[in-house]
Design a binder for this molecule. Sequence first.
Ligand SMILES: [Cu+2]
Length: 672
Amino acid sequence: MAERDEPQSGVSRRGFFEFALVGAGVAVALPVVVQRAASAQPAAAAPPHPLDPLTADEIEAASNVLDKAGLLGPGFRFISTSLLEPAKSDLAAWKPGQPLARKALVVLLDRQSGLAFEAVVDLNAAAVAEFVALPAGVQPALDGVECGACERAIRSSAKFREALARRGIQDASLVVIDCWSAGHYGNEPAGHKGRRLTRPLFFLQPTDEANAYARPLAGLVAVVDLNTSEVLEIRDLGPLPIPPEDGRWDQLGVGRFREALKPLQIVQPQGVSFTVSGQEVRWQNWRFRIGFCPREGLVLHTVGYEDAGRLRPIVHRASICEMVVPYGDPSEEHYRQNAFDIGELLMGTLANSLAAGCDCLGTIRYFDAVIVDSSGDALTIKNAICLHEEDAGILWKHTDLRTQQAEVRRARRLSVSYIATAGNYDYAFYWHFYQDGSLACEVKLTGIMSTMAVAKGQQPQFGTLVAPQLAGPFHQHLFCARLDMDVDGIANTVQEVNTVSLPRGPENPHGNAFRAEITPLTTEHQARRTVNSGSARFWRVVNRNPNRLGQPVGYRLLPGENCPLFVQPDAAVARRAGFLSHQLWVTPYRDDERYAAGEYPNQHPGGDGLPKWTAANRGVENADVVLWYVFAHNHVPRVEDWPVMPVSSLGFTLRPDGFFDRNPALDLPPPE
Ligand SMILES: [Cu+2]
């Protein structure tokens, strides 16, 4: 087994990943959230399935196989271990009861050589199937242990302590150090090239209860080599006064509460209406599997709808495969704030342990998530995924004014979700299943904004003043959903639908005419599209199989809130996240085209992922298509977003379009 070179908890006073804030805002070490695998998941009663996430035993078996094969040198560290999902063709050929070919994909980092490795472990054969050194310079995602080491290195740096002294801070342990991914800007000094870097940000937390983000330490730029824990650079651009207020958001800090609401109880006296077998969920004709991986977190597999006794596939695999948060402040200390939280931080590993009555109401079925720690042991995140039903208002209703015949059906939805904390921000990811065949993705943004100090009496140019001498910088949250669509089978075509008004003329004598125009997107270049509210644009994925009216059966992708990327096209983050140049991409399915910015975006110079793959301009007509939908929240901070941000939510919806022969929820029984 690889050497565990750092303890997992108590690494630092307040590590980036290693502490969770619970209860009255008291910092508590990780064991509350993450438990050793031994005390975790009960054995699944259902027979295993090829898409089940790796179990704790499988993760540790993979580590042991690599160790026994002598492949783990003393500087090796596990970055991630995840299920290597079977090729789609193999999965299609698999029948329940047949043996599973279980493979683990392990990403390793050798701190001594600085090289990263990909290993495939055949778990059935307990053998290493592949072990490949990645090209020099490829940097897998950051991990919490190395960030803890970075914090210690900075705290013991004399230059850092001098910079703190210039800010009136004598005790370096009062400084919160958030490791940020270093990015790639092309202006890195020669001595930084090829190294594994982080560029931390600094905040003062004078007491355990204080909100560190209320007191950013302005003017400090630092670069640390994560492999050697060397502090490569500490630059003091000059301090600004530390903002004066506490920015407390914890119970004790808030102190006085409004009168509590009277109880509102969500009770399901007869239990839930869904069934769970292993990772498979069935509810209201829906059938799907819950997956989880360290990078994308929650994954939906084999989403289908049972229609008149026939299980009809809709989405083969759905996930949020990448996201980027670019910040708009051009100053030397802030222009590199461009976090790829999924590809650079592994969002799934940041999943919270959820609590009934707080994060979710009602009768909850939780699923644990299992990840690998840096030494190769399995860690279980208890209750990482929440599955429950919610009332969702009315589904349909009509009153006949003549007969007074009234019919109404209430909607219920089934929600599957997880919540991850990435430093200051918290992201909640939901998939909502509806009884009318709709499937909606919702992302909720909350937590604490990244902040910057502002000189007294000044107004920030690139942010909003949210408290005295404290600004929330302008920034964006851009997400990419990867939707491997299989609408009634794998042969699908994507169409764009634009509503256009007709010019006056013989076709439009009264000026009122408008119609929906349908354009098939047949090649990858043609399918690089942007949202357009001016034409009420949406896209749909159709299968040539006709419905009873002879129309192709299909599903719409309906955009929700969206906006373009606001940085220049040649800015570093735009090059590195080339997928942000369009909101829709369509590719023919390939097993190895998984993440919109490529496999290893950390410190990548750019050009990987969707722009690279689609350069070939492959055909996507009547093919096994993958939709990549980019959606964005533009965050112009408000005073009300401070000190903790009320949820902002955005997403998109997949809605049946000719998939059914009529309203599929016509058969819902009336309410009692
Ligand atoms: Cu924001």
